[in-house]
Design a protein around this ligand. Structure first.
Ligand SMILES: C[S@@+](CC[C@H](N)C(=O)[O-])C[C@H]1O[C@@H](n2cnc3c(N)ncnc32)[C@H](O)[C@@H]1O
Length: 419
C-alpha cells in the first residue's frame, strides 16, 4: 500500500497540483469509501438528496487548499461543502438554483448567539399551549391556494399538517429573522422525519417531542461550528474573518453575476452536479407511498414553482440526454470563466449508464475548457475495470435504482483543471 501511495503522490504532483503528502492522500482514499451515517456540526439539519459525505469533503479540502483560500460549491445542495470549508477556516462560497437548498445552507452556516438560543428555548417552552391539535386551525391560505399542501391532508397526515400550521403561524412572534429561519429549519427537519418516505406517520405528540429533541441538537451543532471557526481564526496569522457567501443563482452565467471579488477565482471547486440519467427528487417529499408533496417549500417559506427537470439539467428521457449535456456544457463553460490556472475542480458524479455517459460527460468538460487529472483507484473495488476512484454510495435514495439498476449507486471521483 505504502509503495502505491508514493507512486500515486508522484503522479499527482507532476506539476499538477499542490504536493500531497501521504497522510492526506491516504485520508482521501479512506474518506471516499466512508459509509458512516452523516452527523456532526450542522450536517444533519436536513437530509438533502444525493448529499456528500462530510468526511470526504473534509479530506478533499484539506488535501488541496490552505486556510483562508476560497472553496466554491456551484451545485451546493444542502451545503455540506460550505459547512466543512468554514470548519476548516476556508472562505466558503456556494450557489444553487433551488430556494430550498439556499434556505437550508444559510441556516446551517449562520451564526447564533447564546441569547438567540435562549429566546428560541422560551418559544418552545410556550409551544405546549398553542401546539395543540384542539386549538382552532390557523390555515396558511396563500400557500394552500398555491398547492403547497398537496398530499398532506390525508387521514394520517393531517395532524402533522395542522401542528405545522400552528407552529408556522407563531414563528413570526420571534423577534429576529435568524431565529425565525432556525425554527423553520427545525420544523422542516422534523416534518421530513415524519412524512418523507415514512411507512408509519407519527402522532402529533411524537412530532412535538421529536421537534424539541432536534432543536437542542441543532443549537449545539451551530455553536460547535462557531467554536471551530473561532479556533481557526485564532490559529491563523492570515485570517481575520471567515464569511460564507450563499446565493440562489444558476451556474450558467455565474461569470456575469455580481459577486464579491474576494471569492473569485476560487482555489477549489468541490461539487456534485445533477447526475446524468439519474432520477433524484430534489424538490419533493414522498408521502404514503409515492405521493409527492411540495410542503418543504411552505415550511421553509421559500417559493419553488419548478418541475423536477429544472433541478436536473433537463429531463432524462430524451435520446442521448441532449438537454442534460447541453445544460452541462453551458454550466461548465461558465465555471471555466471564473476559474484560473490554480483552480482545481473536484467532483463526485453518478451515472445511470456510465458506459457512454462518463465519456460524454468528460468530453463536455473538455469542450468547456477543462482537462482531466486522473487519480487511479488503489482499492480493489474497481468499476468495470475503470482506473478511476469509484465509491459505493450507502443508503442512497436513487429512483434509478428501483428497477435493479445498480450503476447509479456508484459515484466516480473526477479531478480537472483549466486546459
Ligand atoms: C447532487 S445535488 C448537490 C448535493 C450537495 N453536494 C450536498 O452535499 O447536499 C445537485 C444540486 O444542483 C442544483 N442545480 C441544478 N442545476 C443547477 C444550476 N444550473 N445552477 C446551480 N445549481 C443547480 C440542484 O438544485 C441540486 O441541489
Amino acid at each position: 500500500m505504502r509503495i502505491i501511495i508514493i507512486l500515486l503522490s508522484k503522479k499527482l504532483c507532476d506539476g499538477e497540483m499542490k504536493t500531497l503528502n501521504q497522510e492526506s492522500l491516504q485520508k482521501l482514499v479512506e474518506a471516499i469509501h466512508d459509509s458512516k451515517p452523516i452527523s456532526g456540526l450542522t450536517h444533519a439539519f436536513y437530509r438533502y438528496p444525493a448529499r456528500f459525505s462530510p468526511r470526504f469533503v473534509r479530506a478533499v479540502i484539506e488535501a488541496f487548499t490552505e486556510p483562508g483560500e476560497v472553496v466554491y460549491d456551484p451545485f451546493m445542495g444542502g451545503g455540506t461543502t460550505l459547512v466543512e470549508a468554514l470548519a476548516l477556516g476556508r472562505q466558503a462560497f456556494g450557489t444553487d438554483i433551488n430556494s430550498l437548498a439556499v434556505f437550508i445552507t444559510k441556516v446551517k452556516t449562520t451564526a447564533m448567539s447564546e441569547s438567540d438560543a435562549q429566546v428560541m428555548r422560551t418559544w418552545f417552552a410556550n409551544a405546549e399551549n398553542w401546539l395543540n391539535l384542539r386549538n382552532p386551525p390557523k390555515r396558511s391560505t396563500e400557500w394552500i391556494e398555491l398547492g403547497y399542501q398537496k398530499n398532506i391532508n390525508g387521514r394520517t397526515t393531517w395532524p402533522i399538517r395542522k401542528i405545522l400550521e400552528l407552529a408556522l403561524a407563531n414563528v413570526s412572534s420571534l423577534p429576529k429573522p435568524n431565529q425565525q429561519d432556525f425554527i423553520r429549519c427545525v420544523l422542516l427537519r422534523t416534518a421530513q422525519w415524519a412524512l418523507d418516505c415514512k411507512k408509519k406517520i407519527p402522532s402529533a405528540k411524537e412530532f412535538r417531542a421529536q421537534c424539541v429533541e432536534f432543536f437542542e441538537g441543532m443549537v449545539q451543532g451551530v455553536i460547535e461550528l462557531q467554536k471551530v471557526m473561532k479556533k481557526c481564526i485564532e490559529k491563523s496569522l492570515h485570517l481575520d474573518s471567515i464569511k460564507p457567501l450563499c446565493l440562489q443563482q444558476s451556474v450558467v452565467g455565474i461569470e456575469s453575476a455580481a459577486i464579491n471579488k474576494k471569492y473569485l477565482p476560487p482555489r477549489l471547486i468541490l461539487t456534485s452536479p445533477p447526475y446524468p440519467g439519474v432520477h433524484v427528487l430534489y424538490h419533493r417529499w414522498q408521502v404514503n407511498g409515492r405521493k409527492e408533496t411540495p410542503a418543504p417549500y411552505w415550511i421553509a417559506g421559500a417559493l419553488d414553482g419548478n418541475g423536477a427537470s429544472h433541478y436536473t439539467f433537463g429531463g432524462r428521457k430524451q435520446e442521448y440526454l441532449r438537454n442534460y449535456f447541453g445544460q452541462a456544457l453551458k454550466a461548465y463553460s461558465s465555471l471555466s470563466k471564473i476559474a484560473d490556472e490554480r483552480t482545481l475542480l473536484v467532483q463526485l458524479v453518478a451515472f445511470s449508464d456510465p458506459s457512454w455517459q462518463l465519456p460524454t460527460f468528460l468530453e463536455t468538460l473538455q469542450q468547456a475548457g477543462f482537462r482531466e487529472i486522473q487519480i487511479p483507484d488503489i482499492s480493489s473495488d474497481k468499476y468495470d475495470g475503470d482506473d478511476r476512484l469509484w465509491r459505493q454510495v450507502p443508503n442512497r435514495k436513487f429512483y434509478a435504482g428501483q428497477k435493479g439498476d445498480i450503476t447509479a449507486s456508484k459515484e466516480v471521483l473526477l479531478v480537472h483543471r483549466l486546459r
